[in-house]
Design a protein around this ligand. Structure first.
Ligand SMILES: Cc1ncc(COP(=O)(O)O)c(C=O)c1O
Length: 435
């Protein structure tokens, strides 16, 4: 019996099917590993750098807000479901700036912008508004594993599409759509989900030409099936050498194909739990209605704080500082990888130009990187270092690359811990590979 045809009447549990589907999520398991091995140096956690969290900037901004009673009362009151209109307008102006166009050229009204409790809520609301159980979502392979769980919890099948150094491969999308058409299930495909900047887990950014090719491809399929592109730009502002290409949203002249989401979690503070997104006209009402029944608005105080930080230029100063700090961390982990890991045969990774992840591939045929393999416990128990097994990031966990890949995060640890973590990982690998 498929999980979708299972009926409540046959169940003994007191919770719903959705509760069952959500129970297969991986983030809780991964966090439990952190609890089980507390003395480990973690290259697994996707948290942001502790030292650069904006304590002083936040204190000053709160002081400004709270010493002005009219503003303070507004900020401490409920807001609206969509979020502060002033912030939404400011975000649209900021988005236009990032995309190198004027707000007039971007031409998106604030009504299409929704402020959410982290971008995770935006991803979840869009998923709930768009998909029925049994529907299909294409995802870049590998991809952000929490979103895979979001899809699973909604009863949606995730189908992985191959990616290379330029992002998702358009021919692979085309081939998957053809196969689905032959199988008679094309009508269930509603969306393609991509992390388009310094992605989680590979650190790769989709090139501008790829963005255009993917948009053209979806346009070609329009007469068969309308497929949205959900562009997750969580790491967009964390570039190291040069600003990344414009968003897919800004390259889509219709402004109706792409659903874009960004977050203040990586560029400011995840504790503020503030994300936002742009919706196509048709999705504004269903997504906002769903948010109304979730929480009828994200924390208002955080929105006022962020608006103040953007308007005073403090936010822009902070992201410039973060870029420098993460660049130093990237340099530290990369140097350690060159000294300790790439000297071992068959190891490879791309040097990330932004974000906070390195995706390491180890040679096939030696050990595997899975939780149940021998390398993970060797590293966690003996060497006291932890990575995230690649298997979590594949829509199909039996994907061959899931045996030989791991995500290393340079977000949390300082430069000397990064070097030490990589030394420990190299010892674990040598132990397992017999080097
Ligand atoms: C690719 C990606 N998207 C979205 C999120 C969600 O972030 P938040 O809900 O804190 O905005 C994360 C968090 O790690 C992420 O890596």
């Amino acid at each position: 019996m498929s999980k979708h045809s299972e009926t409540l009447s046959k169940r003994t549990a007191f919770h719903s099917l959705r509760g069952d589907w959500a129970s297969r999520q991986q983030i809780g398991y991964l966090m439990q590993q952190g609890v089980d091995y507390p003395d480990c140096l973690s290259l697994a956690a996707g948290l942001v750098d502790y030292d650069s969290l904006p304590i002083e900037t936040t204190r000053e901004s709160l002081e400004r807000l709270l010493t002005e009673p009219r503003l303070a009362r507004q900020a401490l009151q409920y807001g609206t479901t969509s979020g502060s209109k002033a912030l939404r307008q400011t975000l649209l102006d900021y988005l236009a700036l990032l995309d190198g166009i004027t707000p007039g050229e971007l031409n998106i009204p604030p009504e299409r912008c929704l402020i959410t409790t982290g971008s995770q809520q935006f991803l979840d609301l869009v998923t709930q508004a768009l998909f029925n159980p049994g529907d299909i979502c294409l995802v870049g392979d590998p991809t952000y594993f929490v979103y895979l769980s979001t899809l699973e919890a909604a009863g949606v099948t995730a189908l992985g599409v191959a990616c290379d150094h330029h992002g998702v491969i358009p021919a692979a999308i085309d081939e998957t759509l053809r196969q689905l058409e032959r199988a008679g299930t094309l009508g269930r495909v509603k969306m393609l989900y991509l992390v388009t900047y310094f992605d989680n887990p590979r650190g790769v950014t989709m090139t501008e030409s790829r963005r255009r090719e993917v948009l053209e491809l979806l346009e070609r399929w329009e007469s068969h099936q309308h497929i949205y592109l959900l562009e997750d730009a969580a790491y967009r502002e964390l570039w190291f050498e040069a600003p990344p290409p414009p968003s897919c949203l800004s390259l889509d002249s219709t402004r109706e194909r792409v659903i874009l989401t960004q977050t203040f979690s990586k560029s400011l503070s995840p504790g503020l739990r503030t994300g936002w997104g742009i919706l196509p006209h048709k999705l504004v009402k269903p997504v906002t209605d769903l948010k109304s029944v979730h929480d009828f608005g994200s924390p208002h105080l955080a929105q006022f704080l962020i608006l103040d930080l953007i308007q005073t230029g403090r936010y822009q100063q902070h992201t410039a500082m973060l870029r420098q700090s993460y660049r130093n961390k990237r340099n530290a982990i990369w140097k350690a990888l060159e000294q300790e890991i790439f000297v071992l045969p068959g190891m490879s990774a791309d040097c990330p130009a932004g974000g906070m992840y390195v995706w390491l591939t180890i040679p096939p045929g030696g050990c595997n990187t899975r939780f149940e393999g021998t390398l993970f416990p060797e590293c966690a128990q003996r060497e006291k270092v932890m990575f995230v097994p690649g298997e979590l990031f594949f829509a199909d966990r039996s994907h061959p690359s899931a045996d030989v890949t791991m995500r290393l995060s340079f977000g949390v640890q300082n430069e000397s811990n990064l070097a030490e973590g990589i030394r420990r990982l190299a010892r674990g690998l040598r132990q397992q590979l017999g080097g």
